[in-house]
Write a protein that binds this ligand. Structure first.
Ligand SMILES: NC(=O)c1ccc[n+]([C@@H]2O[C@H](COP(=O)([O-])OP(=O)(O)OC[C@H]3O[C@@H](n4cnc5c(N)ncnc54)[C@H](OP(=O)(O)O)[C@@H]3O)[C@@H](O)[C@H]2O)c1
Length: 258
């Protein structure tokens, strides 16, 4: 079991989050909604500043969460079968993508998944690869446009869409077909912004808002603008929102898609 800098959440904090989470980490069924057969339950989660930035600049690792929201992140990791990040985050932040919540042994670890179409991220020498080797985390999966890579990460090969990317719907369906019922998507900016442009695919959004401004030139959580009948309309909007303070940070939970 990994040594942990993460504290157990209070029962009230757990209840605040549990009302939005899948019934169990082995189900894609959120409370009160019908089970979707071919997609996992998707939680999109990130930390941002008061000016809506997730990093000081592209590729710059930026600390935003306080200790309480860091513990919350690890509680959320415990409640999902997989954690997904984009190649930009995997390379820039070298995240461990494991769960250090008290009591989380190997059986409760989420599957680390990196969306890396061009094979930019190397499992060899990575924190994720090291944790898997030490049996403190699961073997990572890489969602890619081509086969190959190290045997220390499993590759799921996707078809390239017309714009050279991978369709989120296809990626999520592939994860579900591989037995992933719930996935916590942690960023970075490209992943967040392209998923906010497909709100139908995202069940739950959990945003940590830190009491700081990162300033202009930061990396924003901000999806593309939407126009309907020649008029600008909101890009996405959460429903059933609740807010709670964790330490110095505010945490917002709300439903987006199904
Ligand atoms: N505050 C927070 O909560 C938080 C969380 C995570 C990360 N971050 C920050 O975010 C920054 C990284 O953001 P980022 O936008 O550079 O990277 P990112 O979103 O982590 O990864 C983007 C890359 O992933 C691949 N990708 C993502 N979606 C894809 C799709 N649908 N189809 C094909 N490829 C796809 C592409 O790789 P290719 O370029 O190889 O095609 C794309 O350039 C870092 O500064 C990091 O510190 C902040």
């Amino acid at each position: 079991m990994p040594a942990t800098d993460i504290a157990q959440l209070s029962e009230v904090d757990q209840a605040f989050l549990d009302q939005y989470l899948p019934k169990s980490c082995h189900s894609s069924q959120p409370s009160g909604t019908p089970e979707h057969n071919d997609l996992p339950f998707v939680t999109l989660t990130y930390a941002c500043s008061l000016d809506g930035m997730i990093a000081l600049a592209p590729g710059v690792r930026t600390s935003l969460s306080g200790p309480e929201t860091k513990s919350m992140t690890h509680y959320l990791r415990l409640k999902h079968e997989a954690i997904l990040v984009g190649a930009g985050t995997a390379v820039a932040d070298a995240p461990s993508l494991n769960c250090r919540y008290p009591g989380a042994g190997l059986d409760l670890q989420p599957r680390p998944i990196i969306v890396d179409p061009k094979g930019r991220w190397e499992v060899d020498g990575s924190a994720v690869g090291k944790l898997a080797e030490e049996k403190k985390g699961k073997k990572p999966w890489v969602v890619s446009l081509s086969a190959g890579g190290s045997g220390r990460a499993r590759r799921l090969v996707m078809e390239e869409s017309n714009d050279g990317t991978m369709r989120w719907e296809e990626v999520l369906k592939a994860l579900k077909a591989e037995g992933i019922n719930s996935v916590m998507i942690e960023g970075g900016a490209t992943v967040i912004n392209t998923l906010l442009a497909r709100p139908d695919l995202v069940n739950l959004v959990i945003v940590t808002i830190a009491p700081t401004w990162l300033g202009q030139g930061g990396l924003a959580a901000c999806p593309s603008a939407i126009t309907e009948n020649g008029q600008r309309v909101n890009a996405a909007r959460l429903r059933e929102t609740v807010w709670r303070q964790f330490g110095a940070d505010a945490v917002l939970c709300g439903r987006l898609g199904g």
